[in-house]
Write a protein of this length. Structure first.
Ligand SMILES: NC(=O)c1ccc[n+]([C@@H]2O[C@H](COP(=O)([O-])OP(=O)(O)OC[C@H]3O[C@@H](n4cnc5c(N)ncnc54)[C@H](O)[C@@H]3O)[C@@H](O)[C@H]2O)c1
Length: 420
């Protein structure tokens, strides 16, 4: 019997820039100074969708500074927020497996939101799913296609919601473009660029080139958008990668020798309906773009179909500011709006960073109440773990192509996608 919607208990995994805006080197200097996840969950608690909150990191001694940062920048800025949360591990402990203790304290039907280094997404997500916990995991969902396939299976078996936090699907421009692309017939060509300034090599020093690469970090966004647009139109069949290098590994950045600067994936796509139509996609990402470019993330793409094309420059949205001391900058108010409402409350409920988390909370509550099934969200075209498998297939194939200097095939084997 379908019941009423209960408020969701949520554990945040990761305590860093995206969750709180607090990083290893103090408050973030990026466009996410007060984070996204905790702020959104505090607001969803104020609005009656979320109940208990928890946060798990590795080093418990960071929590006093994090709580102070949240008090000063969120509690003192927006009215009526309850900032309470349970913290793991304890303040005097360092424990990379504290997530297990924190997840063990949850009950089936509760949820976790994972914003941790790329290589930790899979172990945390699978641990949670196997205990009946709903999961929202940031991109790249996993680094290996085999891990992505395992999450699809586990989520199905345990009947939980598992979404990948591909917030760009809720960007009003991208979701409009996806609908219009459908009217352009067969796919022919896609070209995307996403880059951040070289200074990010300092910010990402702990993992750049060691734990993950710039393609996983940035191209994941546009690869997912392209896969989403093409989901009923074409399938990827082959990936060849090329990487520029030499800037990250030189002064003053001195990243580990295997760090690439700019990675390009060249992907062949085969039409689903027409054996004679093929398309090509080129996805490029860089973390050695110029400093002082006026935007933190340059991001644009071009789509050409049989009957027309689409051009999107998401970095320059016709809205720029100039300040005497910092010069010109292009800003993006559609993602997170941090300025309070007339009444002094948080006012960013229409930002696509917020919507992405709210959609997951709504889905988990609805499933808990028996009002929907996790598979319903696959049919709705949301970024579920099942609907995002080709994004991981392409990223993983790109990494193999770079490491083994060869093209990598993608094909369907029974009900799974595999790499050749
Ligand atoms: N910052 C962004 O703008 C952004 C946007 C979208 C997605 N992401 C994704 O978020 C992830 C990183 O999060 P971030 O940007 O907040 O980075 P961050 O480095 O600021 O924070 C990472 C956090 O993960 C924690 N952590 C590391 N290992 C852990 C473990 N075993 N258990 C629990 N916590 C652990 C660290 O303590 C830290 O608090 C990456 O996968 C990245 O692709 C980041």
């Amino acid at each position: 019997m379908a019941g009423t919607l209960k408020n969701l208990n949520v554990l945040m995994c990761g305590t860093g820039e995206y969750t709180t805006g607090w990083t290893g080197s103090g408050a973030s200097k990026s466009d996410k100074k007060i984070g996204v996840v905790a702020l959104t969950l505090f607001d969803l608690r104020r609005l009656g969708k979320v109940d208990q909150l928890g946060m798990v990191g590795v080093n418990g001694s960071k929590f006093p500074a994090i709580r102070q940062h949240l008090d000063e920048n969120i509690g003192n800025v927006y009215k009526d927020f309850d900032l309470s949360f349970d913290a793991f591990p304890d303040e005097n402990k360092v424990d990379p497996e504290a997530y297990k203790e924190a997840i063990d304290k949850l009950a089936a039907g509760d949820a976790v939101i994972i914003f941790t280094p790329d290589s930790t997404h899979y172990p945390i997500a699978i641990y949670a799913i196997e205990r009946g916990i709903h999961v929202l995991v940031t991109k790249p969902a996993t680094q290996l296609l085999s891990h992505h396939n395992a999450l699809i299976e586990a989520a199905k078996k345990h009947n939980v919601v598992c979404f990948v936090e591909h917030h760009k699907r809720y960007d009003p421009v991208y979701s409009d473009a996806k609908a219009r692309a459908k009217t352009l017939g067969e796919f022919n060509f896609f070209n995307s660029w996403m880059s951040q300034p070289k200074s990010q090599l300092e910010t990402f020093r702990a993992w750049a080139g060691k734990d993950s690469d710039i393609s996983y970090y940035l191209s994941s966004h546009h690869i997912d958008i392209c896969c989403w647009i093409l989901q009923d139109i074409a399938v990827p069949t082959r990936v060849v990668a090329s990487a520029a290098a030499g800037i990250a590994t030189s002064e003053p950045y001195n990243c580990v020798p295997q760090t690439e600067d700019t990675i390009t994936l060249l992907v062949d796509w085969q039409s689903i309906k027409s054996s004679k139509h093929r398309g090509t996609a080129v996805y490029t990402a860089s973390w050695t773009a110029p400093l002082k470019a006026g935007v933190h993330t340059l991001q644009h793409w071009y789509y050409m179909g049989e009957k027309g094309d689409i051009n999107i420059d998401q970095a320059h949205r016709g809205y720029d500011l100039t300040f005497d001391d910092t010069g010109k900058s292009w800003v993006n108010p559609f993602y997170m709006k941090y300025s309070p409402s007339e009444s002094g409350h948080f006012d960013g409920q229409r930002g696509y960073g917020y919507i992405s988390i709210e959609k997951f909370v709504d889905a988990a509550r609805s499933v808990n109440a028996g009002l929907s099934q996790p598979s319903d969200y696959d049919a709705h075209g949301l970024p579920t773990i099942a609907n995002t498998v080709l994004t991981t297939a392409i990223l993983n194939a790109g990494r193999i192509s770079l490491d083994e200097k060869r093209p990598v095939g993608i094909k369907r084997d029974g009900d799974q996608w595999i790499l050749e």
